[in-house]
Write a new protein. Structure first.
Length: 257
């Protein structure tokens, strides 16, 4: 590379034409110069100002939207907008003075979305859902990040909450419908059957023995609900228990012989 080479009009024209489409390091490689020399020349001829034409600094965007600098950065980070880094021509000699630029339209849209955003608790009250159920579904679908810090507020667009509520309400309706169908089926079964105490009294056995016979026969009952036996079911279960016990007695006798 040639260091300290004077700039020609052709070099300045190439710099102006390429700075909007290419990085300064790419231009420095093409011109055979240092990055710092290309940056200083671009700042001197006003090419960097052209490179950030149409953008505004974070400070200007924050003042225009009525936010602080940190608040504007927080809104942009929440909206997923990454600001562009650069230096103004007047700051070219200050290595640490780096400014952040953003598209004014993106900044305005991000602030508008942030203004319309709702917290999780507010959306849950509006939709009539539990905040825990809504948060679990949003985390499951990836619409919300996992809750790393308990109690931190979650801000999302109302449309995201509405879509999640529609799916959850459909799920809850399906569960209620299934429960209703199971309850109707159990009610019909009880209407045509008998309980375990009634069957034990009719068969003249204890309830414990009948329950054991039902388990041996592979007849399961729903826990927490009143069992309903179909006609003849208790007799078949007791017969199975009798056969099982006789078989066990015979096996023990054969083993002892």
């Amino acid at each position: 590379m040639a260091w300290g080479k004077p700039w020609s009009a052709k070099d300045d024209l190439f710099l102006r034409d390429s700075i909007e489409a290419h990085d300064l390091r790419w231009i420095a490689d093409r011109l055979g110069r240092k990055y710092s020399a290309v940056y200083a020349r671009a700042a001197r001829i006003g090419a960097i100002r052209d490179a950030y034409q149409g953008l505004e600094s974070i400070t200007a965007a924050a003042e225009r939207c009525g936010l602080s600098y940190r608040g504007m950065l927080r809104v942009l980070r929440w909206a997923g907008i990454a600001p562009s880094k650069g230096k103004s021509p007047s700051d070219r000699r200050r290595a640490r003075n780096v400014r952040h630029y953003v598209d004014p339209f993106d900044a305005t849209e991000a602030v508008a979305r942030w203004t319309r955003a709702e917290t999780l608790d507010t959306a849950a009250r509006r939709l009539g859902l539990a905040a825990s159920s809504l948060r679990a579904y949003l985390t499951e679908t990836g619409a919300a990040p996992p809750e790393k810090i308990p109690g931190r507020k979650l801000y999302l667009d109302p449309e995201v909450y509405d879509r999640a509520a529609a799916v959850l309400n459909e799920r809850f309706a399906r569960v209620r419908r299934d429960r209703s169908l199971r309850a109707i089926a159990a009610k019909r079964a009880r209407a045509h059957g008998e309980s375990i105490p009634q069957a034990a009294l009719r068969c003249r056995v204890s309830r414990e023995k009948l329950s054991l016979a039902l388990r041996v026969a592979g007849i399961t009952m729903v826990k927490g609900r009143r069992a309903s036996l179909q006609p003849g079911q208790a007799e078949r279960a007791l017969e199975t228990l009798k056969i099982t016990r006789e078989a066990q007695t015979f096996i023990r006798k054969v083993a002892a012989a």
